[in-house]
Design a protein around this ligand. Structure first.
Ligand SMILES: Cc1ncc(COP(=O)(O)O)c(C=O)c1O
Length: 497
């Protein structure tokens, strides 16, 4: 807990002018100064807002601060710990509090954003084994992109996601690139992809010079619209230009309606690549998210539910595809003693050291899912009562890993636009971010087809304009979540009142 000693820089006297108070405020880190009486006692606090309101009501900058309307300062004892400070702030709906000594004289100023520093969106959360495994990999000198931990990581992952083959690679994007290459899709073929996603789902399509077709999300789940997908497949079949693959993203860790999507795609004989970058640990009818498409890809970058620092994996039940992916990920080296290469390929394998990190992280995956689901539930309990807020819905019979809790806020006023809210949260040290910007709105994707859920509304655009991703890390203390919740309630209820 960072405290600022109360001294002449953050105080003024009762009979100082508003102008003098403003000068102090300008230099103040917490944008609040304490007004001190003749015996050193606290008279009140003054903020920018107090002076603004005073000027509006007709006071002048030469008037003294003693003329401001009375307001009792919020204080707590000098020896109060962080949780007591947070409770006092929350109970009194203030962001700054004064700590007083046994004689009620002011000693410290504490601002909410200095309590625990910033609250991050989703930071890495290591368990107990990772350091030992990484140390072991180093001690045994298995530093290369092969080694016992790489094998173990792949075996453990294929068991968790119930796939015969898992190939650990350098990133989720690399995994998607390999998946597209392994399907040997002809260059002029289109590839359908969820519109609401991170650019990593789409870059490999562009790199391979295929034409992306962006499929809108549906309301509620914000995942690929089965309605838009089916409509477009019918149309493209009639025009004899069915896509080479469909890349289905499981947004924010919530499985899309994958069983229905597989049914639709099978009817047109189009293979499915699941972009399960965000959904490791989620389930569909009790089965792992990422075990339904022909190929699925996970990401283990630093913000994911588990991490290998950077990394990804491709999983499949098809042995031919698995061996093609291994081949392409290792420079396309032919199966002979000397170095011989017959294909354009990549250096995309994960290193044994990072796989050691991954082995430890897989051990705690279930705990991480539980923690994120609890975080989601607390947000729902605390924020549902605010009119106009909605949460991502689960497709029936699926359990998301709730990697990120995102909310949509119905627009009410300029001040309540999600971007304005995120700005305020940021000023309070809370790392809230916009939802993904739809792919059809990305400059690099202008000109490609976009298939909306229905003609009237683009649900992915609507999501982008209304969404806020809230801090969701499994290592976020509950008091940090309290801080996020109370900050949002303060912004939204202030606006409504
Ligand atoms: C939906 C989605 N697809 C693909 C990726 C790409 O994964 P990576 O960052 O490991 O390349 C990510 C991760 O950021 C993602 O969220």
């Amino acid at each position: 807990m960072i405290k600022q000693k109360i001294n002449t820089t953050n105080t003024c006297q009762e009979f100082d002018s508003l102008r003098a108070a403003l000068v102090k405020l300008e230099a103040s880190k917490v944008k609040l100064i304490v007004v001190i009486g003749e015996h050193g006692q606290i008279v009140r606090t003054v903020s920018d807002g107090d002076i603004r309101r005073a000027l509006i009501s007709g006071m002048s900058l030469d008037d003294s601060v003693s003329k401001l309307p009375t307001r009792n300062p919020v204080v707590c004892q000098e020896d109060s710990d962080e949780s007591e400070v947070v409770a006092a702030m929350n109970n009194n709906s203030v962001n700054t509090i004064i700590q007083v000594d046994s004689k009620d004289l002011p000693v410290f100023l504490i601002n909410k954003k200095d309590l625990e520093g910033s609250i991050l969106l989703s930071s890495p959360h290591l368990g107990e084994s990772e350091t030992n495994y990484v140390q072991d990999a180093i001690d045994s000198n298995w530093i290369a992109p092969i080694g016992p931990y790489l094998n173990r990581f792949e075996q453990d992952l294929s068991a968790i996601c119930d796939r015969s083959h898992a190939i650990a690679v350098a990133s989720g994007t690399a995994g998607l690139h390999l998946a597209i290459r392994a399907l040997m899709i002809k260059q002029d073929k289109r590839i359908y992809v969820s519109d609401l996603t991170f650019i990593g789902s789409v870059q490999p399509i562009l790199i391979e010079k295929h034409e992306p077709v962006f499929i809108d999300c549906e309301p509620g789940t914000w995942n690929m619209s089965t309605k838009a997908l089916e409509r477009q497949l019918k149309l493209d079949k009639d025009r004899n230009r069915l896509p080479g693959a469909i890349i289905v993203v499981h947004l924010y860790g919530q499985p899309a309606n994958i069983l229905e999507i597989c049914k639709i795609a099978n009817a047109y004989d189009v293979p499915i690549i699941e972009d399960a970058a965000e959904s490791l640990g989620a389930t569909v009818n009790g089965e792992a998210s990422g075990c339904h498409g022909l190929i699925s890809v996970y990401s283990f970058n630093g913000n994911k539910i588990i991490t290998t620092s950077s990394g990804g994996a491709v999983v499949t039940n098809c042995p031919k595809i698995a061996s093609k992916i291994r081949y392409l990920a290792t420079q396309g080296r032919d199966n002979c003693l000397h170095y011989q290469h017959s294909s354009i390929a990549y250096n995309y394998r994960m290193s044994n050291v990072l796989a050691a990190l991954g082995v430890g992280q897989l051990e705690v995956l279930k705990d991480r899912v539980k923690a994120r689901r609890n975080i989601f539930s607390r947000y729902v309990q605390s924020l549902t009562r605010v009119p106009g807020i909605s949460f991502q819905q689960e497709v029936p019979d699926t359990l998301g890993n709730r990697w990120i809790t995102a909310i949509e806020i119905e627009p009410r006023s300029e001040n309540l636009h999600p971007f304005a809210i995120m700005k305020i949260l940021k000023s309070e040290g809370i790392d809230a971010r916009p939802g993904w910007k739809p792919m059809h709105m990305q400059p690099i994707c202008y000109g490609y087809d976009y298939i909306p859920h229905d003609e009237q509304t683009s649900y992915s655009e609507r999501h982008f304009m209304r969404s806020i991703c809230l801090p969701s890390g499994s290592n976020m203390p509950s008091r940090s979540q309290d801080r996020v919740i109370s900050a949002i309630l303060q912004i939204l209820t202030k606006e409504t009142n």
